[in-house]
Design a binder for this molecule. Structure first.
Ligand code: SF4
Ligand code: SF4
Length: 215
């Protein structure tokens, strides 16, 4: 089997938000919508205080509460673990947004562009009116992953089969790949480093891992 996951190395992320910008560029999400966010967290006690930057977004949970509550079956899970939303079926009730413990879902009802009424070039090209009035979230760039696989490329290794945020990261903090393949890039970094997942105690089985130290 294949299970795609994202890995973020918290030692490397510098909080530049290039991944956030790359996601917005690739998907032309509307103002206020950030499928890839980077949390800026202060840890420690004065004078020993640090800032930690935590990339986040849809965790593509193996046990996703958003899917359980969806009354229209618009939210589904692919065999490779990617959680999807069928915009043609979603009724915009936003139950999923309430159920998601990671605040990963967005619903926008009106079209607006980054700089007012005139769309920027990428917005003109990629604005998707089907995303108005329905629930949206990070897709793990599933269309790109599928197109790349169809060409024999490897997601997480070949840029043309890899999510935009991962390709853009200036610090090589983000990884993407198949955790079910023991030889994959993500399996290797998880093998070598101590890691955790966000709110594991909830039983959602997130597909998003955080590295924080060597083993
Ligand atoms: S992070 Fe939220 S939206 Fe994404 S699969 Fe998990 S519960 Fe669903
Ligand atoms: S692009 Fe990389 S370094 Fe910059 S915020 Fe995103 S994960 Fe962190």
């Amino acid at each position: 089997m294949t299970r795609y996951v994202m890995v973020a190395d918290l030692r490397r992320c510098v909080g530049c938000q290039t991944c956030t910008a790359a996601c917005k560029h690739a998907n032309a999400t509307l103002p206020g919508v950030q499928w890839r966010r980077v949390l800026d967290i202060e840890v420690g006690e004065y004078p020993d205080v640090h800032r930690v930057f935590v990339p986040t977004g849809c965790q593509h949970c193996a046990n996703p509460p958003c899917m359980d509550v969806c009354p229209s079956t618009a939210t589904r899970q692919r065999d490779d673990g990617i959680v999807t939303i069928d915009y043609d079926i979603c009724i915009g009730c936003a139950y999923c947004a309430v159920a998601c413990p990671y605040d990963a879902r967005f619903k926008v009802t009106d079209t607006a562009f980054a700089y007012g009424e005139d769309a920027m070039a990428h917005e003109e090209k990629r604005h998707d009116p089907r995303r108005l009035g329905v629930s949206t979230k990070c897709t793990f760039c599933a269309d790109k992953v599928d197109a790349g696989c169809a060409q024999g490329l490897t997601p997480g290794v070949d840029p043309d089969a890899t999510p935009a945020c991962v390709n853009s990261c200036i610090a090589k903090a983000l990884h993407f790949g198949d955790i079910d393949d023991p030889d994959s890039n993500v399996s290797q970094v998880l093998e070598e480093n101590a890691h955790f997942r966000m709110h594991e105690e909830l039983g959602t089985e997130p597909g998003f891992y955080y590295l924080w130290d060597r083993k």
